[in-house]
Design a protein around this ligand. Structure first.
Ligand SMILES: Nc1ncnc2c1ncn2[C@@H]1O[C@H](COP(=O)(O)OP(=O)(O)OP(=O)(O)O)[C@@H](O)[C@H]1O
Ligand SMILES: [Mg+2]
Ligand SMILES: [Zn+2]
Length: 764
């Protein structure tokens, strides 16, 4: 049962070129990879989408043994493993979604040294069973992905990450690499301390994502503003819209759908199967918009997300940057757009004040919010501010954010600020009353509303002294005072109160420069999608403009896309697992005539060349690549008629039916939401949070098809000789005492991983 690695790699560069098909490392990748191959520990900070995975995948291929990846992304493990197998990498995973037979097979592969990479959930790694399993194989390295999950301050906190410091104690000779995209100096220190990585070498990449255009607009009618953005600048694009609450997610998904933009909801209140199905569709189809709470998105490697829109204010710059970073992983121009208004500030301030957390928690939350607010209110380059927040130096202007593209006017808001603060002061001092923002504004504008008359606020000396500004302008003044902590919101009643800093403004000790709202917040730069490439230019991510395609090449690109769509559907994987758009574009521009030429394109590694090379060349020649996967049809009557490549144009439209479990599928049985209700063994393959679960059973063998050349990687569980293996290794014993442990009928179940993590603070 031993099998030579499909791809024996001699060096890091060899793995990069032949397995992944990339010509060169990005930024610090090369140094990190060399360091880990040499046995060193590393803490890696790189922005979202910059390429952290290669930093452990390549060392795992080069070093002897299996790389063990600890990842909280249960719902993505199947996709990650499928993507690696398409590259010819022997990868598998262990988590609570598996039935015992499946898990035994994976364990046997690991013990036999047949895996390059093994993904495990942190909850599983915490069990004695998995720890003893790991003792029985050879481990090349531990990769702790999404390492910020160890931070108790963060919204991604996973308690089982805290126990990972034991890796070092139990396997002191195995190098560890921790990776995260959350990287203020404080978080970095917290990760290093908690994971005992203070001695590790720290690598901090540039956090710039030059291809993302940052824009923050005043919120007036957010749904309309969003629709306008999508129609004018992102028609037909894939994107993510983040909302604060579940209700808002539902409402906006519905709104977009009604307006002809295909949109799906995603939040922790949906049942797990719907979530998994929606995530799976988003990954597989083109041009879908995912409307979601922050429960969605971590680790999603969809390369062509063209925009990330926020309809509500994120509570920290860390979260915001991670969420927006999901745009443009392919390096092509993308938009990060945020609509922000007075209500956002009121709401967030109130939530912090009213939270159950202790004083330290509230201080910390307020500090994070302040940084986010400062970004929103700033009149200077957004990117420069973000990078400085992450402790990095940046040029004063980037050329690819709203502040740089249309420099905002600032105006001296000191006197209006004094008027507003003194209104709040007088209401409190003279009347012993507290009111919300609207009443103060009505007083300043001299409006004789019912409420004004009832409370005789027209008798206040400040009544009508603010008629020089419009109501909108006054709302902006309030917002900017709240953002700067010159004004506070009381948690219970949303009323305004002075702060320790109000005096500075009232006494004239502080001048307040305010950002003037542009009348039409929507950018008139809809033609600027190619303009991102000339920006800040620091390394770390590619900020390349798309390869320009001539008429003929553009036609070829479309044919290649059709071929890719059909192939992806056949294999049951997302299209980008076959080839990224950027790779298809490069192929279309080159129009290769030979496999050797095709192999020079970035993104075409050895395994993909073998699997898809002939079909791609046939497509380039204008032929129908009929024999693209001869191994498919004969043995799988259930897979339906072979998909003609020309039919692939309709791929995105008809995916859903084939992706979801049919009623007859055993795993589709009772509501998969309540995993705690039954122990994992008795719910075969009922993985609520696993997208693969929503695939039909017939798509499962796709992986084996992909790796048909590698018998050990295929796993139609019925045909796997697990029975004969167990008899070969003697009668099974209880517990985990012997070499046959993985065939033990009493294999202890893994603890269930927590459901999609979500933040009650956000979603409550
Ligand atoms: N050297 C390289 N050349 C070309 N493409 C690369 C290179 N390194 C990584 N990529 C591509 O960049 C994309 C993002 O990589 P990856 O998934 O590792 O990001 P990440 O840093 O883990 O992001 P996240 O924080 O979202 O998890 C992938 O599609 C990957 O194939
Ligand atoms: Mg990652
Ligand atoms: Zn800028």
């Amino acid at each position: 049962m031993t099998e030579a690695p499909l791809l024996s790699v001699s060096s890091a560069t060899d793995a990069l070129n032949r397995v992944f098909g990339y010509p060169s490392f990005r930024g610090e990748q090369g140094d990190i990879v060399e360091h880990v191959i040499g046995g060193g520990d590393a803490l890696v900070l790189m922005p979202t989408g910059a390429g952290k995975s290669l930093c452990y995948q390549i060392p795992a291929l080069v070093r002897p043994g299996t790389g063990v990846v600890i990842s909280p992304l249960i719902a993505l493990m199947q996709d990650q493993v499928d993507a690696l197998r398409t590259l010819g990498v022997r990868a598998d995973f262990i988590n609570s979604s598996q039935d015992l037979d499946e898990r035994r097979l994976v364990e046997a592969e690991f013990v036999a040294g047949e895996l390059d990479l093994l993904y495990v959930a942190p909850e599983g790694l915490g069990t004695a069973a998995v720890q003893r399993l790991l003792d029985r194989g050879r481990i090349s390295l531990f990769a702790i992905d999404e390492a910020h999950c160890v931070s108790q301050w963060g919204h991604d906190f996973r308690p089982d990450y805290l126990a990972l410091s034991m890796l070092h104690e139990r396997w002191p000779d195995v190098p560890r690499i921790a990776l995260t995209a959350t990287a203020t100096p404080a978080t970095r220190d917290e990760i290093a301390t908690r994971l005992q990585l203070t001695e590790a070498r720290h690598f901090t990449a540039s956090f710039d994502r030059p291809n993302i255009q940052y824009r923050i607009v005043g919120k007036n009618n957010p749904a309309r503003q969003l629709l306008d953005l999508l129609r004018t600048e992102h028609a037909g694009d894939s994107g993510i819209v983040y909302c604060l609450s579940r209700a808002s997610v539902e409402k906006h998904a519905e709104f977009l759908s009604q307006n002809g933009i295909p949109a799906l909801p995603y939040h922790a209140g949906l049942d797990a199967r719907t979530r998994a199905a929606n995530q799976s569709r988003f990954l597989r189809e083109d041009g879908l918009v995912m409307v979601a709470t922050i429960a969605f998105g971590m680790g999603i490697d969809k390369p062509d997300v063209r925009f990330v829109a926020h309809l509500d204010l994120p509570k920290s710059l860390e979260g915001y940057y991670q969420e927006t970073g999901r745009a443009g992983r392919d390096g092509l121009p993308s938009t990060a757009w945020l609509a922000y208004g007075l209500q956002d500030v009121m709401q967030q301030r109130r939530m912090i004040e009213g939270s159950d957390g202790d004083a330290a928690y509230r201080r910390n939350a307020a500090r994070h919010l302040d940084a986010m607010l400062a970004l929103c209110e700033s009149v200077t380059c957004r990117r420069a501010q973000i990078l400085q927040y992450f402790g990095q130096t940046a040029p004063d202007t980037c050329g690819n954010c709203d502040s740089c593209l249309t420099p905002p006017e600032s105006w001296d808001g000191t006197v209006p600020a004094q008027k507003l603060l003194s209104t709040v002061f007088r209401l409190h001092k003279e009347r012993n009353q507290r009111f919300g923002a609207q009443q103060s504004i009505d007083i300043l504008l001299g409006k004789r509303t019912d409420k004004v008359s009832r409370f005789r606020h027209d008798e206040l000396s400040v009544f009508g002294i603010g008629s020089d500004l419009s109501e909108t302008e006054w709302r902006n003044v309030v917002r900017q005072l709240l953002a700067g902590d010159f004004l506070a919101v009381e948690p219970n009643h949303q009323t305004l109160a002075l702060t320790a800093r109000s005096g500075e403004v009232l006494r004239g000790e502080r001048k307040l420069l305010m950002r003037r709202e542009v009348a039409t917040p929507r950018s008139s730069r809809s033609g600027s999608r190619g303009s991102g490439s000339g920006s800040a230019g620091s390394s770390g991510t590619k900020g390349a403009a798309p390869v320009e395609l001539s008429g003929e090449a553009a036609a070829l690109f479309e044919r290649l896309r059709n071929w890719r769509g059909a192939t992806a559907k056949e294999q049951g994987v997302p299209a980008y697992v076959i080839f990224h758009d950027a790779t298809l574009r490069a192929i279309a521009a080159l129009a290769p005539a030979t496999l050797a030429q095709l192999g020079t394109v970035s993104g075409v590694g050895q395994s993909k060349l073998t699997k898809f090379g002939d079909a791609v060349l046939a497509t380039v020649r204008g032929e129908e690549p009929a024999g693209q996967s001869p191994e498919v049809s004969s043995e799988e009557p259930s897979a339906g008629p072979p998909v003609a490549p020309t039919a692939a144009a309709g791929f995105s439209a008809d995916v859903p039916a084939s992706l979801f479990p049919s009623a007859s599928e055993p795993g589709a049985a009772p509501s998969s939401t309540s995993r705690s209700a039954s122990p994992p063994q008795s719910t075969p393959r009922s993985s609520p949070s696993r997208p693969s679960e929503s695939r039909p059973s017939e798509s499962r063998p796709s992986t084996s098809r992909l790796s048909a050349s590698r018998p050990s990687a295929s796993r139609p569980s019925a045909s796997r000789p697990s029975a004969s293996r167990s008899s070969a290794s003697g009668p099974s014993r209880p517990g985990w005492s012997g070499p046959a442990a993985s065939d033990d009928p009493d294999l202890p179940p893994l603890p269930p991983e927590p459901d999609e993590d979500y933040d009650p603070y956000y979603e409550g």
